[in-house]
Design a protein around this ligand. Structure first.
Ligand code: NAG
Ligand code: NAG
Ligand code: NAG
Ligand code: NAG
Ligand code: NAG
Length: 755
């Protein structure tokens, strides 16, 4: 079946700055300068790193929810998909990437986030002819799952090196193998391909997330099989456990068959060609990844005589294999990584004789009986570019990593290698030290500068002290006084995982509270009285609870806690006393503290607004938020007691009398995160920043006059993806400066551009 595709126009065009004007409502795009708040790079899974085989210096990294990046000569990365706005938020899911071996400026991404209901949209092939500076999008007739199980296999998207108009894409969900003959613009189902895949991680998952078919895992063209119309031999991996899972055509796709002699006990994650050896190397695991795999092997298939060789470095070691790299400059030099060797750390193995013998990145005398218990690393560990990792690593002692599916040696430089983990990108420029006799250390350095891929859960911007304190998924959070410098992460406690909530005391801004999303991680709350430089566990927080959001009173002595796991309803603790129920509030209510009056807290749920005037002990409903059925966020004026804004699914409400009465802000029909920053004129109305819908467009807006006029701050190059997932905070010192936390692309900060 051929699907007639349609180009999505507009992505190439320059910012449409035409004002959307109506009699009632003025919305004008204004120019903003946007940058990432620099954390140091990483902060999430990097499923693969893909070098161009032909052109030195061309390489890309793809991530699961944080889009894709291009490598720069100084080891930093340039983000490529920041244009994605709410319409195409799923573009930040990169399930596969292919760099063209012929037209080396061309690059393609199979983009889409989920194949279940969490993502309503089909996938797209994103195509660039200038290494990712601009893109065109070509719709696919099925979903693509950049953040689905099995996202580290691949690549599922490949370009024929002997005819670069031919691309293959392996689909998920039983949709099969697809082919394009017009350089990725239209796609046809390869209906004679024998298998769409049967493996499912967990058939019982009713959400559809782990119960979808993983599908086709990788496509590898045999460069040596050149014909006038393209490669005749193409290998394809499929997620089948216990039945044939590597297929081949030798007649350019006219017929396909299972590769003879294969051992199908496990599934192949990678199939990497070594053209000079006329061999295909394959890594296998018994799970699709990225978190699993307890068994596996590594195989070598000799194309010349169709024979297989088992080259597993550590048979029966208790893990599967993921990352697999060949050194194209040194045929027979290969590397593999366990997919998940959870303890004591991941190994990485290297062979210079085609897999006959292997050596490890550390010496551990494993497996028994040679076990010696202490590791001798053959590497120098350097996380100077991302100091947060050294703090994190004292809570999680693994250095080499986990979820290692992306392992690559630069095809043009045997010393240059990169690999992706669940945490970041590591690599170095002295890899051949490994082969010295006697052995010399290599460098394992965090090399993810610019690849900011944290998922941001909460932000607070105090009126003095640090500019910004963040709570992020998986890796904790950061205190930034200088937005351009990497920040260390929190200590005492470290938690080494998600921080879900953070707040500062408005009248005593050095007082900060943060709450951990880690279950079983000890005391789940911590406070600071010096602007986040030092912390102490807040021992009133029960170790049986975690997560949720926090609000700290204006003077910093009272903490309100909502939406926590293991805690019933909304609870309050003053001066270190045990948490007790805040009466009068429904479970799950959103909360905020007055920033100047220590006794006052606000809360909302559904259409109800509640206020406490006794330090959160009890709340009473003051009024109703129109006909809202979802109260989403409360932003409290940092300069005036009793002034606040509440965002809801029917717009934004404003109160200047401690929540007694409300007026609705005009123009906004639905709003999520909101934030208040320094006013345009001293003493004036604070700037109000809104992630919301105005005139039907979900985006990031600002108003300086309570909604009479609106500025659209997102532009054609900065879309921030999902509006509902934006987390906003605003600078109380510098007019117009706003912080935008994203779900996967870290934190942006923007200031109005002059002229
Ligand atoms: C997102 O960008 C596209 C392409 O520029 C544009 O057509 C669309 O209207 C934008 N959507 C939003 C919600 O801004
Ligand atoms: C593509 O072809 C396969 C047969 O290989 C078939 O099972 C699958 O349903 C087809 N997919 C679509 C979306 O038509
Ligand atoms: C197949 O070819 C390879 C490479 O020439 C060789 O090393 C191997 O021994 C051969 N295997 C068999 C079974 O002939
Ligand atoms: C290699 O690095 C490790 C860890 O940094 C260090 O203990 C060891 O002495 C180094 N070995 C050499 C030969 O430099
Ligand atoms: C703070 O609010 C409480 C309760 O409304 C009020 O009694 C008190 O006077 C306020 N404090 C100040 C300093 O305004």
């Amino acid at each position: 079946m051929a699907i007639q595709s349609r180009r999505i126009s507009g992505i190439l065009s320059v910012a449409a700055s035409a004002a959307l004007l109506s009699h009632a409502l003025s919305v004008q795009s204004i120019p903003y300068a946007w940058n990432n708040v620099r954390i140091g790079g990483g902060g999430g899974f990097v499923p693969n790193i893909i070098f161009n085989p032909t052109k030195k210096g061309v390489a890309y990294a793809r991530t699961d929810i944080g889009a894709a990046y291009r490598l720069n000569p100084d080891d930093s990365w340039t983000p490529l998909l920041d244009f994605a706005n709410d319409t195409h938020w799923n573009f930040w899911g990169s399930d596969a990437l292919a760099t063209d071996p012929v037209d080396t400026d061309k690059v393609y991404i199979a983009a889409g986030m989920y194949t279940n209901s969490w993502d309503p949209s089909n996938g797209h092939i994103l195509k660039s002819t200038n290494k990712g500076d601009n893109w065109e999008a070509f719709p696919l007739p099925f979903k693509v799952g950049g953040n689905m199980p099995g996202r580290g296999v691949g690549e599922r998207l490949a370009i024929d090196p002997n005819n670069n108009k031919i691309l293959y894409l392996g689909a998920r969900s039983g949709k099969g193998l697809w082919k394009s003959v017009d350089a990725g613009e239209t796609w046809t189902n390869v209906t004679n391909f024998p298998s769409v895949g049967t493996y499912i991680q967990d058939p019982s998952d009713s959400s559809g997330y782990t119960s979808d078919i993983i599908g086709i895992t990788w496509v590898t063209f045999d460069k040596n099989s050149k014909t006038p119309s393209g490669s005749s031999r193409i290998f394809v991996g499929v997620a089948n456990l216990g039945s044939d899972n590597v297929f081949v055509t030798t007649d350019s796709g006219a017929t396909w068959e299972a590769l003879a002699g294969q051992d199908n006990t496990f599934m192949s994650h990678k199939g990497v060609l070594s053209p000079a050896e006329n061999a295909l190397y394959l890594s296998y695991a018994n799970g699709a990844g990225p978190f699993d795999g307890t068994e596996g092997y590594v195989k070598k298939f000799f194309i010349g005589n169709s024979s297989w060789l088992d080259i597993t470095p550590t048979p029966g070691a208790g893990y599967g294999y993921g990352g697999l790299a060949v050194d194209l400059q040194k045929p027979g030099t290969i590397m593999v990584a366990p997919l998940n060797e959870w303890w004591p750390d991941s190994d990485i193995m290297r062979s210079t004789d085609g897999g006959a013998t292997w050596s490890s990145i550390f010496n551990w005398g494993y497996p028994p009986p040679n076990y010696v218990g202490t590791r001798t690393p053959f590497y120098n560990y350097d996380v100077s570019r991302a100091p947060w990792i050294s703090t994190f690593a004292t809570g999680d002692t693994k250095q080499i990593g986990w979820m290692i599916e992306g392992l690559s040696i630069d095809p043009h430089d045997s010393d240059h290698w990169l690999y992706g983990t669940g945490l970041t990108v590591y690599g170095g420029h002295d890899l051949t030290n490994w082969d010295a006799n006697p052995r010399k250390n290599i460098t394992v350095a965090s090399l993810a500068t610019g690849l900011e891929e944290t998922a941001v859960l909460d932000l607070t911007a105090p009126i003095s002290g640090p500019l910004l304190i963040s709570a992020v998924g998986d890796v904790g959070g950061f205190v930034h006084s200088d937005l351009t410098k990497p920040s260390p992460t929190f200590t005492n406690p470290i938690w080494a995982g998600t921080v879900t909530g953070v707040d500062h005391a408005g009248a005593s801004p050095g007082f900060i509270v943060r709450v951990s999303g880690i279950s079983g991680g000890g005391i789940p709350m911590a406070t600071s009285s010096d602007g986040g430089q030092t912390w102490a566990p807040y021992s009133a927080a029960p170790t049986t609870a975690n997560g949720g959001k926090v609000a700290i009173s204006a003077n910093g002595d009272t903490i309100l806690w909502t939406q926590a796991n293991g805690l019933s309803g909304v609870q309050v603790s003053a001066n270190g006393a045990p948490f007790a129920a805040a009466s009068g509030l429904p479970s799950g209510a959103i909360i905020a503290s007055d920033k100047l009056n220590n006794s006052v807290f606000y809360s909302a749920s559904g259409s109800k607004l509640f206020v406490s005037t006794n330090g959160g002990v009890s709340f009473t409903q003051t009024t109703t938020l129109g006909n809202a059925n979802s109260a989403n966020a409360i932003a409290v004026n940092p300069f005036t007691a009793g002034a606040l804004f509440i965002s809801t699914n029917v717009g934004i409400f404003h109160s200047t009398d401690f929540g007694k009465t409300l007026t609705q802000i005009s123009g906004v029909s639905n709003a999520w995160s909101i934030a208040l920053g320094a006013p345009k004129t001293s003493g004036g109305t604070p700037a109000l920043f809104v992630a919301g819908t105005i005139k039907g467009v979900k985006s990031l807006y600002k108003t300086d006059d309570l909604g009479t006029t609106w500025n659209k701050l997102a532009d054609a190059k900065h879309g921030f993806a999902s509006t509902a997932n934006m987390v906003l905070a605003a600078d109380k010192r510098t007019y117009g400066q706003v912080f935008v936390g994203t779900n996967g692309r870290g934190i942006f900060y923007g200031v109005p551009r002059s002229s």
